[in-house]
Ligand binder design. Structure first.
Ligand SMILES: [Zn+2]
Length: 400
């Protein structure tokens, strides 16, 4: 089954369906639609990464008897990707160009602190959130919010990008971090299809499939919100496995050091969950009714799954310490940025004296809550995983 499609073909109904979807998601990319933050080589790298990911997803999908999948860029500025079935054998993933541009600027910003000497002064962020709706510092609005329209957004993002001074030696890291983040995002979206989530949900609702939570005498039918969170957890797990298997396969083929790959993977997942949760709430204020687990939980689960998958593909030694080092470097950079906002009025300074820009803050007091909630969320996803395996068979990693 071919994974390519000419979406301009006027006679192909699948092509028309994809064109319609792209129109719904901000429209097609037009010449001149891109700002300076994602131009020329940077854009070409992003397109190469999308092309490569399309091949990888098709390999995994075919190993699991899933549909063929095509990836399409849209003009939308948002963060994230969406997946839609075009027909029974073809899924389309739509990727907003804004996601690619934001990731590039975010990684440049974070890497600009990589060689910074000393330790960031600790700017104490409250464990409780006040206010619950936290505004972003002015200069970071285009990175962290959806508050601006097209023209205003590109101008503001370009200004932020131009303000970052980063040694050109980091260029390969910027592209590779973008590639890994995209691989996590798209892997997650496609996992919903590959793991039959919509189908499972219908069958659970119709009473054809039991989704039960809790142990022994506390066992009960799971709520719809729990099922949704289990699906998000399951999609994260599959995305983590696909990202590691792909990175390791690619690294071995190209003779690329896997240790560096894991440093980048740890860095990328921290940045993704740290900065792209629009509410930036602490775990204490997140709410148990959310469709997603808190970013801190999701990122911790990703790290565990990276390690498990590294073990399965014989790369446990490369994972060990390196992924954690990447996490630490990213967290340190986040702290530097907050310190700069607070103490140097960078990016326009703090709003309401609050320099908090990310959701991954924690303290000793959090660790108990974190461990407990992480265990509960993991149990939900594993229970769903068992249902999926029983109904559709074991998930297969493809050889890349
Ligand atoms: Zn999802």
């Amino acid at each position: 089954m071919s994974a390519t499609i000419d979406i301009s073909d006027p006679l192909d109904p699948a092509a028309k369906a994809i064109r319609d979807l792209i129109d719904l998601e901000g429209g097609p990319l037009a010449p001149g639609a891109l700002g300076a933050a994602l131009r020329n080589d940077d854009f070409l790298h992003a397109v190469m990464s999308v092309t490569f990911l399309q091949e990888t997803l098709n390999a995994v999908s075919s190993a699991n008897k899933g549909p063929s999948v095509t990836l399409h860029l849209t003009r939308s500025l948002g963060v994230g990707a969406t997946v839609r079935m075009i027909d029974a054998t073809h899924a389309a993933v739509l990727i907003p160009v804004g996601t690619l541009a934001r990731m590039r600027v975010m990684h440049r910003l974070l890497l600009s602190n990589w060689n910074r000497p000393g330790k960031p002064p600790s700017v104490i962020a409250s464990v409780m959130d006040r206010p619950v709706n936290r505004a972003a510092p002015k200069g970071l609005v285009p990175l962290l919010t959806d508050a601006q329209d097209d023209t205003e957004w590109w101008t503001a993002l370009d200004a932020l990008d131009a303000e970052i001074s980063l040694d050109p030696a980091f260029a390969p890291d910027v592209s590779e971090l973008g590639h890994l983040s995209l691989s996590l995002l798209i892997g997650h979206e496609f996992a919903h299809v590959l793991r039959h989530h919509p189908d499972i949900r219908q069958r659970v609702r119709a009473g054809d499939l039991p989704f039960e939570v809790g142990n022994d005498k506390d066992r009960r039918p799971g709520t719809d919100v729990e099922l949704r969170r289990a699906m998000e957890g399951d999609a994260d797990m599959v995305a983590a496995y696909m990202a590691v298997a792909t990175m390791v396969g690619q690294g071995r083929k190209a003779g690329y050091p896997l240790s560096r790959g894991f440093v980048r993977l740890g860095f990328a997942v921290t940045a993704l969950f740290g900065l792209f949760d629009p509410r930036r709430l602490s775990i204490m204020d997140y709410g148990r009714e959310s469709q997603y687990a808190h970013p801190l939980i999701r990122y911790s689960n990703y790290m565990d799954d990276f390690g498990d998958c590294a073990g399965q593909v014989g790369a446990a030694d490369d994972y060990e310490h390196n992924a954690d080092f990447g996490v630490l470097k990213c967290q340190t950079s986040l702290s530097w940025i907050e310190a700069d906002i607070m103490l140097d009025q960078r990016f326009g300074g703090p709003v309401d004296d609050d320099p908090t820009i990310h959701a991954l803050r924690h303290s000793e007091a959090f660790l108990f809550t974190l461990a407990r909630v992480q265990q509960e969320e993991r149990a939900l996803a594993l229970r769903l995983g068992t249902l999926i395996t029983e109904a559709y068979g074991e998930f297969q990693l493809a050889r890349v």
